[in-house]
Ligand binder design. Structure first.
Ligand code: NDP
Length: 255
């Protein structure tokens, strides 16, 4: 098998939460480009359908949109069941759905803190739990959490206690799930992006100058720059990689 062949996902099925826009869309399209059937899972059904249609058109891959809130276990179970019914199983799960919250910790409502952890951490756990059950029945699989460089540092100058906590928790969860599920052939890894141009960020004129100034490459990332790493972690190209986190931050953490 050639090196490039190791990146192919022909006949495999990938579920991408939050695959309708931003980083999730770029990852979903990237996985489809290398041959995977792709399931887009997010809350807004219309946006999910539109993304699935666009990806099918741009790549020729089979796609499906399944509306699901990742914090709702019944919806997550149904997402996995619908994916398996349509494509015969789940080989790749990308836990990308996420939310952020900003505000001084001493004033942050506990509901806000909990909401952020609920989506970013509990949501990833629920999707992993149900996808892993399906992967166990098949030939194993690859689970990828879109964590953040925020898992390893304090965000500055913005205050984001809930977001940092939710992403740091994904690091511990990655170790544990990689350990528990290695015997089933399931690999679990994290992608840790720096600042990426998506709707999650405020408009350019409202961004703190430090975001760019502290990044060695002197710019934010495009979502398409995150997708190749997801293809690597999803495919045979990374067959000996599990329980790790890969920073993709333009050198932000270097200084
Ligand atoms: P966006 O805000 O563009 O996308 C967030 C996605 O998550 C949307 O597709 C949204 O769809 C989905 N989503 C949110 N809540 C839920 C939910 N409860 N259930 C299902 N889907 C949900 O952000 P990004 O593309 O920037 O973020 C993607 C991931 O990347 C996040 O985990 C984020 O933390 C992480 N990240 C982003 C960085 C950045 O600078 N942009 C940096 C580092 C990490 P819908 O609303 O329809 O449900």
């Amino acid at each position: 098998m050639s090196v490039l062949d190791r990146f192919r996902l022909d006949g495999e099925t990938a579920v991408v939460t939050g695959g309708n826009r931003g980083i999730g869309y770029a990852i979903a399209e990237g996985l489809a480009e290398v041959g995977a059937n792709v399931v887009v899972a997010n809350r807004d059904a219309e946006a999910g359908r539109a993304a699935a249609t666009d990806i099918a058109e741009s790549t020729g891959a089979e796609t499906l949109a399944v509306p699901a809130d990742v914090t709702d276990e019944a919806a997550v179970e149904a997402l996995v069941a619908e994916t398996a019914a349509e494509f015969g199983g789940v080989d790749v799960l990308v836990n990308n759905a996420g939310t952020s919250s900003t505000g001084p910790a001493e004033e942050m409502a506990v509901e806000e803190f909990r909401r952020t952890l609920e989506v970013n951490t509990t949501g990833a756990f629920l999707c992993s739990k149900h996808a892993a059950r399906e992967m166990k029945e098949g030939d194993g699989g690859s689970i990828i959490n879109v964590s953040s460089m925020s898992a390893f540092m304090a965000n500055y100058p913005q205050h984001q206690a809930g977001y940092q906590s939710s992403k740091a928790a994904l690091e511990g969860m990655k170790y544990q799930l990689a350990s528990e599920w290695a015997e089933y052939g399931i690999r679990v890894n994290n992608i840790n992006p720096g600042y990426v141009e998506t709707e999650m960020l405020p408009p350019e004129e409202m961004r703190p100058p430090q975001w760019r100034e502290e990044t060695l490459l002197d710019r934010l990332a495009d979502p398409e720059e995150i997708a190749p790493l997801a293809v690597y972690l999803a495919s045979e190209a990374s067959s000996y990689v599990t329980g790790t986190s890969v920073l993709i931050d333009g050198g932000y953490l270097v200084r």
